[in-house]
Write a protein that binds this ligand. Structure first.
Ligand SMILES: *[C@@H]1O[C@H](CO)[C@@H](O)[C@H](O)[C@H]1NC(C)=O
Ligand SMILES: *[C@@H]1O[C@H](CO)[C@@H](O)[C@H](O)[C@H]1NC(C)=O
Ligand SMILES: *[C@@H]1O[C@H](CO)[C@@H](O)[C@H](O)[C@H]1NC(C)=O
Ligand SMILES: *[C@@H]1O[C@H](CO)[C@@H](O)[C@H](O)[C@H]1NC(C)=O
Ligand SMILES: [Zn+2]
Length: 959
């Protein structure tokens, strides 16, 4: 998935634009490409009585009966399914939306057994001869008779006990007939509603990842249980049915006295259940001629959106990105069509169903007139992410969810390569550093982090699987794979990758299979001589232990050392590592602006004489942040770097200018570096015009805003920042056209300027906003500045501005514009408006359910709203848990956002009370642990730094 979870990877980018207000973080969460609601709610998985911890080193004791275990036995393997589904787009006599269906699965027996376990969840199975299924033998096989059948709700199985044995080597066919609810729960086969031209429309669509295919029809619902699927959909005339493959035949007929279309699809390739998809809708589509390619590429969306041209950009880039990946993987696109569908209701950012990718509207639709560069970039990178999965993930699939990081990390890395091919002028490859690497650093520097890889038996229940869709899997996965590609060199990386894809096409793997192929590629090109150890030995240290090293270079002696970097130096690491938290670290570096040969740090401490420096010489390590680690230096080297930044900052690569800031501020948070050293990294910014350093600074300072905006430090801090941003703000006062990233920089400039009170800024945004209020149908605000203008105008304005924004939100058709408005409405300083907005967030007639959590997050990111959001969160706990708890991705982001400012003993106590009162937090457990850990770190940091920071800001305005 497109990190439904954290994924709005791209959103991260636009977020950056918006950065100063942090509002966006939540977005990211929703993007994070995933979703997954609580399967437990209906009495399923979350029984809680079996003593297993959610995620932890100790697996639950093995259950006695096979149907009490969450993993399928290794006795039976599906080969072919024939599935017919009929979603009803109107309510039945009981007021329910339902679908009916029947399905056969042909499977092969590998080991003798008298038991068939097949996943089935929330389906009502029709009995035949007293049983929930019928069994026949295929070929020479004779099926034993069925003794008994039942539904095992907790483990989500249909259990079929036989009176005789199934014979190894023989094949059988199991037939079921069923009815399920077409609920609006965003899981399995579900219902989405929207209104177009005043008419309510119903869409039947799917989200199978990770464990919801079993909610659409009985199936062996594990990624290694690949099979061929023969799908038939029955649907009303006037609607279109889509599935993973092309349609083979559409019949107009009558069933149960109803006029229907029956669309039969070509058999799929051999594939996993979690990437199946079916959609019935009256969406429109656009496509290009098929002349130069045998792949049919289509964009599907609400007809009005396509008529306004909002699908054109997606269509343009899909073809270009597909071409790129065919070349990069050296493997042609495995299917004959690629549909991209924008859904009005969708939890994840996007989902890589094979041949039928589903997207949130914000991740697929782009309106050149109203969308920002950030919106455009998001569309491009999400498309690239999902298309990357068509090979890596779909063609070759990890055997089990414990290796999810490789699937998601890989797509999160190569999405930048695919996007770069489509928009070469954007320099988008650099964006991975702020979009993923720095995000991974933040999550992975907590003791509550976890290794990328887990053992299979740590991940078996649905909620354990959904917890895998986190920042570590996506962003750290991307960061370490990028590092691997960088130290192997790209040609070696793609050579190994392509042989891996060829060997395992239509099959399943574990992560070490990729290491094997990369090692072979390094050897066959002779480049392994540059490696101190094998790919396995180097990479296993990065994936089997959590965290990452801080590399410290003492340029007075040339000593380099490494140490596990923790944000809270007093936190106790109780997770043992076989590598003792030591890594094999590739170091690309420069001395005085001159690139040097790559160096490997293998020991805990080593002396490397070339890294000694004297006079005005400086050392800069981790060039372009191609390695997944932070760097610290001796005091003199820091000062020489500052001197270089002040005299000629361009000698230092842009990414590293950003990284110096990001590293220094993180080292301060970890109490390794004096706060004033970090603040000094910002002084040269008066000369900086590039996006990445400003983004790093505004994000780092965001922590200062969070910690200090309720304290006496705030005033002097604003005075300093105002002086820093004034030249940048002035730079953008003319209306010259801007490059892709310079438009982002302008957003930061205006945002910081308004926030710090640069004269004229607030008036300017208010004037622009009020101009729009006078002419609601003629919004002339620069799309790239819209968020900043909306937010600061609503903050500076009163009820009239808020109400206007709300009214515009009701009428808006572009989802990205809606997201901006929703976020900006959280910027008001009026308590009653903030509280009213919180109430709205849980009223589905006002705020769509998929947007509730991010809306609460927007209020929480506002200094005035944060305590209201926390109170609201606690008082609405039961409802929130019911709606978002269990396996959901949204829930952790909610906890994170409402507790972000916490930095006092009082707030810590509230968190601890909350934890004590709510032992069963589902997917929120880890997030709450992290919130507690972060709060403790904040308290210590404040105690040690508040005075020094105040003094430093005061001294700057005095000088
Ligand atoms: C699938 O089932 C339909 C009827 O449900 C039948 O007409 C068709 O022949 C079956 N196809 C295969 C390949 O078994
Ligand atoms: C399934 O059966 C239960 C119990 O009879 C019933 O309450 C529920 O509505 C049924 N679900 C559907 C989708 O028909
Ligand atoms: C799509 O590509 C065409 C032809 O290259 C171009 O004219 C058009 O502006 C593009 N549309 C968008 C929305 O980028
Ligand atoms: C940290 O900064 C403070 C205030 O500028 C200074 O007094 C102190 O000596 C510094 N400490 C270190 C270890 O550099
Ligand atoms: Zn993905």
């Amino acid at each position: 998935m497109s990190q439904g979870y954290y994924v709005s990877r791209t959103v991260a980018v636009s977020a950056a634009v918006v950065a100063v207000v942090a509002a966006i973080t939540i977005f990211a969460l929703s993007v994070a490409y995933s979703k997954h609601k609580c399967t437990a709610g209906g009495g399923g998985g979350d029984g809680g009585g079996d003593g297993g911890t959610l995620v932890g080193p100790t697996p639950a004791p093995e259950a006695r009966e096979p149907w009490d275990r969450y993993r399928l036995p290794d006795t039976l393997y599906p080969v072919h399914y024939n599935v017919t589904l009929w979603p009803r787009l109107t309510k039945n006599e009981h007021g329910l939306y339902v679908f009916t269906g029947h399905s056969t699965v042909d499977f092969k027996c590998e080991k003798e057994t008298d038991l068939i376990l097949i996943h089935s969840s929330k389906l009502n199975l029709t009995k035949s001869n007293g049983h929930h299924a019928t069994l026949t033998g295929l070929g020479r096989a004779r099926a034993p008779s069925i003794k008994t059948t039942w539904l095992q709700e907790k483990t989500e199985y249909l259990v079929v006990q036989l009176s005789g044995k199934l014979v190894p080597g023989h094949s059988y066919q199991l037939h079921t007939k069923f009815q399920g609810e077409l609920a609006d729960d965003l899981e399995g086969f579900y219902r989405s509603e929207y209104t177009e031209k005043g008419v309510k429309k119903i869409v039947a669509t799917t989200q199978m990842q990770a464990t919801y295919a079993r909610k659409a029809f009985p199936c062996f619902d594990e990624p290694a249980m690949k099979a061929v699927f023969h799908i038939t959909l029955i649907h009303p005339p006037g609607t279109i049915a889509l599935a993973n493959s092309r349609d083979a035949e559409i019949l107009h007929t009558s069933l149960d006295e109803t006029d229907v279309l029956v669309t039969r699809f070509e058999p799929t390739k051999r594939m996993s259940t979690y990437i199946l998809a079916f959609i019935v809708s009256d969406f429109g589509s656009i496509q290009k001629d098929e002349t130069d390619s045998t792949t049919l590429v289509r964009i599907w969306a609400r007809k009005t959106a396509l008529e306004s041209g909002h699908g054109d950009y997606a269509l343009n880039v899909t073809l270009r990105v597909l071409e790129f990946f065919e070349r990069y993987y050296n493997t042609s696109y495995p299917l004959t069509k690629s549909d991209q569908v924008a859904l009005p209701d969708f939890n994840a950012g996007a989902m890589e169903n094979w041949g039928l990718i589903t997207y949130r509207e914000t991740s697929l639709l782009y309106d050149p007139k109203t969308s920002s560069n950030g919106n455009k970039e998001r569309v491009l990178t999400v498309i690239a992410h999902e298309l990357a999965h068509m090979w890596f993930g779909n063609l070759v699939t990890l055997r089990w969810w414990n290796d999810l990081w490789l699937n998601e990390g890989f797509a999160s890395y190569v999405e930048y390569l695919g996007a770069d091919h489509a928009e070469p002028s954007w320099h988008i490859k650099d964006m991975i550093v702020q979009g993923d690497v720095q995000r991974a650093f933040a999550a992975d520097s907590l003791v509550s982090s976890h290794p990328l890889t887990r053992s299979e038996n740590e991940v078996s229940k649905p909620e354990e699987i959904s917890q895998m869709f986190d920042t570590i899997s996506y962003s750290k996965g991307a960061a370490v794979l990028r590092m691997l590609s960088e130290f192997l060199s790209e040609p070696v990386f793609v050579k190994g990758l392509s042989s891996y894809l060829h060997q395992f096409a239509f099959g399943n793997t574990v992560y070490s299979d990729l290491w094997d192929h990369l090692q072979d590629a390094a050897q066959s090109t002779g480049l392994h001589v540059n490696l101190p150890y094998s790919v396995h030995d180097i990479m296993n240290r990065w994936i089997l232990q959590m965290g990452f090293p801080l590399v410290t270079i003492d340029t007075t002696t040339g000593t380099i050392s490494q140490k596990h970097f923790l944000l809270d130096p007093d936190a106790v690491v109780d997770r043992p590592s076989i590598y003792n938290y030591q890594w094999i670290v590739p170091i690309k570096w420069m001395k005085n602006g001159v690139h040097q040969d790559q160096h490997w740090l293998i020991e805990k401490t080593a002396v490397f004489a070339p890294m000694r420096a004297s006079g005005s010489q400086w050392i800069l390590a981790n060039l372009n942040v191609s390695g997944y680690y932070r760097v610290n230096y001796d005091q003199q080297n820091w000062e020489r770097l500052f001197a270089q930044l002040s005299s000629d900052h361009q000698v230092i690569p842009i990414i590293n200018r950003a990284q110096i800031i990001d590293d220094a501020f993180s080292l301060v948070k970890a109490r390794i570096l004096n706060t004033t050293v970090a603040l000094q990294t910002t002084k040269y910014l008066v000369q900086e015009r590039e996006y990445m350093p400003w983004e790093a600074a505004s994000r780092s300072l965001n922590y200062f805003f969070q910690m200090f905006d309720r304290t006496e430090v705030y005033g002097p801090m604003l005075t300093y920042l105002r002086r820093l941003v004034q030249p940048l703000y002035d730079h953008f006062q003319s209306d010259q056209p801007l490059s892709h990233t310079m438009a982002y920089t302008k957003g930061i400039a205006v945002s910081l300027a308004c926030k710090t009170g640069v004269p004229g800024c607030k008036q300017q945004v208010l004037d622009q906003f009020r101009q729009w209020m006078r002419e609601p149908h003629n919004n002339r605000i620069d799309p790239n500045l819209k968020w900043v203008v909306y937010c600061h105008a609503i903050a500076a304005g009163a009820e009239a501005e808020w109400n206007f924004g709300w009214e515009m939100l009701q009428n808006v058709t572009m989802a990205s514009e809606a997201a901006r408005l929703r976020s900006a409405l959280g910027c008001t300083k009026l308590p009653w408006l903030l509280n009213r907005y919180l109430e709205y967030s849980l009223d589905p007639s006002k705020i769509r359910k998929q947007d509730a959590a991010s809306t609460i997050g927007y209020v929480a990111s506002n200094v005035v709203g944060q305590s209201f959001a926390w109170d609201f969160f606690r008082s609405k706990w039961d409802y929130l848990f019911k709606e978002f708890g269990g396996g959901s991705f949204v829930f952790p982001s909610l906890i994170t956002s409402v507790t972000r400012r916490f930095s006092t003993e009082f707030e810590l106590q509230q968190l601890l009370d909350f934890q004590r009162d709510h032992p069963d937090l589902g997917s929120g457990k880890v997030a709450l642990d992290q919130a507690i850990e972060k709060t403790r770190a904040n308290i210590k940091w404040m105690a040690e730094n508040k005075k020094a920071v105040l003094d430093w800001f005061n001294s700057q305005s005095a000088s």
